[in-house]
Design a binder for this molecule. Sequence first.
Ligand code: NAD
Length: 484
Amino acid sequence: MKFQPRASHFIDGEYIEDTNGAAIEVIYPATGEVIARLHSATPAIVEQALNSAKNAQAAWAALSGTERGRILRRASDIMRERNYDLSVLETHDTGKPIQETTVADATSGADALEYFGGLAASLTGEHIPLGGGDFVYTIREALGVCVGIGAWNYPTQIACWKGAPALACGNTMVFKPSETTPLSALKVAEILVEAGAPKGVYNVIQGYGDVGASLVTDPRVAKVSLTGSVPTGRKVYAAAADGMKHVTMELGGKSPMIVFDDADIENAVSGAILGNFYSSGQVCSNGTRVFVQKGIKEAFLKRLSERLDHAKIGDPMDEDVSFGPMVSENQMNIALGYIEKGKAEGARLVYGGERIERDGYFVQPTVFADVTDNMTIAREEIFGPVMSVLDFETEEEVMARANDTEFGLAAGVFTNDLTRAHRIVAGFEAGTCYINTYNLAPVEAPFGGSKMSGVGRENSKLAINHFSEMKTVYVSMNDVEAPY
Ligand code: NAD
């Protein structure tokens, strides 16, 4: 098999297999073919990975930030040099079109390695002068062994978004990719070693949820960073709390996108397309509740349908294809189930709505109009190519309805009224907001959710605070005064 890795796990700088672990079949979503067979980690593999990360941590943290950063930046260069091959792998792992994976996966992973590699040398504590000559200094310290657990939609990116800041701060990592897309994180581990990362600094083990759960409760682990759904986040956060571990939770969403009647319609339609159909709708921050002001609703829907006619659906390895399959049969069935619910609850189907008759797990880009706030498709995260268009009349009304959700990952507004745009984003209960665009996530900007969508932030300088902690040192320059 062309995409079969040398072994399932990458621990202490080497590929390692343990065939006693449960089977994991990697399926190419465009055809349903098995492209690799792996094994879930056994307790012995989990033990080996955690020991390796634990043993490597002190020496890694003892390097200067400049040295750690240099390794991360070298890894970034290697990723960019191999972008095409890594993209082919990512396309086979996820089904996402090569048109997307060549610009959004290994490249964004490389961005994270480069950005945090660049920051590593400047991570410091501070000096705090006090009265009478005393002072405090703070030491920024690594947390220790960090666990990363990934979702299946952006496997390379997630492996790097977690690994790069963790390693920059002097932590080591055990990363468990999603069992659905286990291949690319192994490449990230290989590349880090090639770039000079000492053995054990970045380990990858495969597994289902039980392997993730066993990592989260292990006393050697100081921090858990999860990208996944809200139900998994709840479990992982609770388990981590028991051991008082640090957490970052990047969870699901049902984000609003508001289009006012003064907006540039072409841009709003582009934003709605990117925010609903990129990666066949399998993006956590998608703006799946599209609120369109009544006056432009029909014009918006007409342009949207015309533009969707130009989506090129097909073999994701074809460079002209812009819309691929969903990641798995299971995920396809979930999306088709929601489409049926939308029809049954009275939403008006204006585009798509069916499985595509060909091999693989293809669902048409689907748009429902006349969706109301209480319909299932407007309340639950679908994680597929299903857009709900809702009507609104006033700013006040739409603000309240946009926030009426347990989620708070992202939110967007399209308008040419400058003050309204800022008023709206000030009112959004969401971690990541957009004005006149949607779904961009540059490494320089904090990314993450509010409410049930998560805790903590990835990317930007803020990620450093989630992968390090401060030691406070009070220094007295005076005699010690005691009452007796
Ligand atoms: P999921 O919650 O099913 O699984 C996520 C990961 O958690 C997998 O690796 C899984 O094996 C592991 N896991 C499952 N149970 C566990 C447990 N009890 N303990 C520890 N680990 C466990 O999510 P998914 O289906 O892989 O991904 C889709 C979800 O991820 C969507 O809800 C999506 O919104 C979310 N997501 C969020 C972001 C973000 O940055 N906010 C990005 C991508 C995806």
